[in-house]
Design a binder for this molecule. Structure first.
Ligand code: SAM
Length: 281
């Protein structure tokens, strides 16, 4: 029988999320309640626990459940070049401008951050895009693509660099052939692409400042949608502070800048959600 979180129990969810934060170290307190409830219901069902209160007791005796709850709450659906139009616009609007700027100043570093990298599809798409864009100039640049996520499971899976035929089915055969090798039934990313990406764990809700250098380009795609507006605002402020000048911020197609950043960032493409930091405010 399916477990349902009743309206009465919804009040208990705040208490549950406080507990998950305090005892489990995961902060879902400012996630949208609809997602939390739907995912929690699945977890209740999977554990055979009937109510939120029982689930809190269950957590006390099954400490590994904190991570399982976190994995259920974080939706890791992604794809290589998930939003083709966005990647096309990054190649047309961002990369030529950024690379010319760097060359004119004699700088050779290109720093990207994929802030919710799931199983690596997004940062590896950035690596492939950069590789295609730079072509023979690629060895002239020091490319760092930092890829972070809260999900330990996703970060563990990404270590292999191996993807199933389904994972890469949308990729043109030219990309498949240039950037992947066969690995049994599956596909493995070539070492030179893998070496461009640096994976680590980072929770965007954390109030501890990230320790990366200033970034030329930040992708924060399809994760803000799970956050309530005050958390979206806090995360976007942190990303703004993490950008170099010039610096580019890319959001998911259905995501938007919060009010205070609208005046601070220049919009380069409203459909692709590409924004540019041109000065400190
Ligand atoms: C729907 S996927 C998006 C993946 C990729 N950015 C894309 O657009 O295809 C959302 C990702 O956000 C991650 N996530 C959720 N909450 C997070 C948080 N607080 N900090 C970092 N990553 C988080 C999830 O683990 C998941 O991998």
């Amino acid at each position: 029988m399916e477990s349902k979180v009743t309206e009465h129990e919804a009040a208990v969810i705040d208490v549950l999320l406080e507990k998950v934060h305090r005892d489990g170290g995961y902060d879902f307190r400012d996630y949208k309640r609809g997602t939390v409830i739907r995912r929690l219901e699945r977890r209740l069902h999977a554990t055979g626990v009937k109510t939120c209160l029982d689930y809190m007791r269950f957590l006390d005796t099954h400490l590994e459940e904190y991570q399982k709850f976190a994995e259920y709450l974080t939706i890791k659906v992604s794809n290589f070049f998930r939003s083709p139009y966005t990647f096309q616009q990054v190649a047309e609007l961002v990369l030529p401008e950024l690379v010319s700027y760097k060359k004119a100043r004699g700088e050779r570093s290109l720093k990207f951050w994929s802030t919710a990298c799931a199983r690596g599809e997004e940062p590896y798409s950035i690596a492939i895009l950069l590789s295609e864009f730079l072509g023979h100039q690629r060895p002239e640049f020091n490319i760092s693509i930092y890829a972070t996520d809260i999900s330990r499971q996703a970060l563990q899976e990404v270590q292999s660099g191996i993807y199933s035929p389904k994972d890469i089915e949308g990729l043109p055969s030219s990309v498949r052939e240039s950037f992947f090798t066969h690995h049994g039934e599956n596909y493995e990313l070539k070492a030179d692409i893998r070496q461009m990406v640096n994976f680590s764990s980072f929770d965007l809700t954390s109030t501890i400042h990230q320790t990366l250098p200033l970034l030329d380009c930040i992708f924060c795609c399809n994760v803000l949608i799970y956050f309530q507006s005050q958390l979206q605002e806090r995360v976007l402020d942190m990303l703004y502070d993490s950008l170099a000048i010039p610096g580019y911020l890319i959001l998911g197609e259905v995501e938007m800048l919060t009010g205070n950043l609208r005046g601070k960032l220049e919009c380069l493409d409203s459909k692709a959600k590409i924004y540019k930091k041109v000065r400190t405010n």
